[in-house]
Design a protein around this ligand. Structure first.
Ligand code: FAD
Ligand code: 2HG
Ligand code: ZN
Length: 466
């Protein structure tokens, strides 16, 4: 495919290849290396930074035929599969065997595990299961010259020198093509509980997060937030989606009991999930937590999901925001890490910045439990230089001033390559350049992505070959 999921980035490749084995990937890369032909590896093409599509006429290396599950060890929980397996398919496979994948994200129905590793995707449960840098045990990757690097170990512990597999996690297809993955799955929790809350302020959101960490501790699996504007997007643009707090149901009685008002609440909402081994115990804990945060005023209203359907409806609101924004039109995406207390200040500043532009709306949501803000600016009339100049470099500069990161989980891709220097020192970018030259001397693999081009090297010194 030449166009990305958002319809923002597109190239003009006339050649797509769909290998079904590591050997074929190796042959393709060896040939392209010899002929100096550039390639872009493409997984599910759900990436949000323009990394998965050609910039010009690069060959598209589509990984979707490499979709075999190779093994699953029911004692260790280690899954080995080819890189083109769809995350949801893997989730279903391990779920039938008493496990869950250690990551979950809204794009699970399309994204590949190879794409997940390449972007070092975070998602909804990083808070509990950690980053892929921890849960991936092994990788098989093909280097740009066609060499197959077999690092497909299944060991929890392996301190044999440099941990080379980590180079492929988060390098967005610029150093090699991931062809297979060994990943540690987590035991499937016997009990999953979900609360949907409304909070009067962002200070209250932080208070709830603090409380959730303290009182739900070992069973806490997700803490997400969305603002009123994100809720409006989801309910307006996604068919059949409504505010879970607006629905009357069996929860109403419970809310009454716990002192909750009947109103829709806002302007902030939170999703708090627990995963544990004993439904009675976990539910009691979550109810106690809800009672306490309602009593101290940090939660104005709340509901506990009483069925899988209710839980799915709550997750649909949170996971659907990205889709709702794309349905509305063009969207500028900023995926930022920063100290939690700073997160919403930026949303408000950006809102002021774009207030004079008709129809332009800034929304804030994300993985508040991980200090990860998704600031999205929606522009139904399309992308414009005027709007972009109001947002950039302002958002990046402000984030850097807070010692934050300009990419928490989506990666750098094409979008942020010129601004990498806001989050990485010149020495670090220089070492990245050296690694790139060492592993891909002819620069054939995903060119123009991740690393700043020569025209942006004022901020970082170019790799020096002496
Ligand atoms: P692609 O988009 O195809 O590719 C992404 C990058 O990886 C590209 O640079 C590509 O060249 C490279 N690549 C792909 N496969 C390989 C391979 N086998 N070997 C080497 N390089 C490869 N991201 C999050 O982190 N957290 C979220 O919660 C989240 N939610 C999302 C929700 C929605 C609705 C959408 C549309 C996206 C979301 N994303 C999220 C972003 C995206 O889904 C992730 O970045 C995902 O990991 C990309 O996987 P993919 O298979 O689609 O990769
Ligand atoms: C999410 O958490 C994804 O929903 C997508 O990372 C965020 O669209 C976005 O900006
Ligand atoms: Zn996210």
């Amino acid at each position: 495919m030449n166009k990305d999921w958002m319809g923002k980035y597109s190239g003009s490749s006339s050649l797509g290849l769909r290998p079904s084995s590591t050997e074929q990937v190796s042959q393709i890369l060896a040939y392209c290396s010899l002929r100096r032909l550039a390639l872009v590896p493409q997984g599910g093409n759900t990436g949000l930074v323009g990394g998965s599509v050609p910039v010009f006429d690069e060959v598209v290396l589509n990984m979707s035929a490499m979709n075999k599950i190779l093994s699953f060890d029911e004692v260790s929980g280690v899954l080995v599969c080819q890189a083109g397996c769809i995350l949801q398919t893997l989730e279903e496979h391990v779920s039938q065997r008493g496990y869950i994948m250690p990551l979950d994200l809204g794009a699970k129905g399309s994204c590949h595990i190879g794409g997940n590793l390449s972007t070092n995707a975070g998602g909804l449960r990083l808070l509990r299961y950690g980053s892929l840098h921890g849960s991936v045990l092994g990788v098989e990757a093909v280097l740009p010259d066609g060499t197959v690097l077999d690092l497909l170990r299944q060991l929890r512990k392996d301190n044999t020198g440099y941990d080379l597999k980590q180079l492929f996690i988060g390098s967005e297809g610029t150093l090699g093509v991931i062809t297979a993955v060994a990943i540690q799955c987590a035991p499937k929790p016997a009990s999953v509980q979900l609360a949907f809350l409304s909070c009067p302020s962002f200070a209250a959101v932080q208070q709830v997060l603090r409380h959730a960490k303290q009182s739900l501790g070992e069973i806490l699996s997700a803490v997400e937030f969305l603002d009123q504007e994100s809720m409006a997007m989801a309910t307006q643009y996604l068919p059949g989606v409504s505010n879970p707090l607006a629905q009357a149901g069996p929860d109403a009685a419970q809310q009454q009991q716990q002192g909750g008002g009947g109103e829709q609440g806002g302007p902030f909402y939170m999703v708090v999930e627990t995963q544990g081994s004993h439904a009675g115990h976990d539910k009691e804990k979550l109810e106690g937590f809800l009672e306490a945060v309602m009593a101290d005023g940090s939660v104005a209203d709340g509901t506990l999901a009483e069925s899988q359907a209710q839980a799915a409806a709550i997750w649909r609101v949170r996971e659907g925001i990205t889709e709702s924004l794309v349905r509305r039109g063009a969207v500028y995406k900023y995926d930022l890490s920063m100290p939690t207390h700073k997160m919403y200040e930026l949303v408000q500043l950006v809102r002021q910045q774009v207030a004079h532009l008709p129809g332009v709306k800034a929304v804030g949501y994300g993985h508040v439990g991980d200090g990860n803000l998704h600031l999205n600016v929606s522009s139904p009339s399309g992308y414009s230089d005027e709007l972009e100049q109001l947002l950039e470099p302002f958002v990046y500069e402000w984030t850097a001033q807070q010692s934050g990161s300009i990419s928490a989980e989506h990666g750098i891709g094409l979008m942020k390559a010129p601004v990498l220097g806001y989050s990485k020192s010149s020495e670090a970018v220089n070492l990245m350049q050296r690694l790139k030259v060492l592993m891909d001397p002819h620069q054939i693999l995903n060119p123009y992505k991740v690393l700043p081009g020569v025209e942006h090297m004022g901020r970082v010194e170019m790799y020096d070959d002496r």
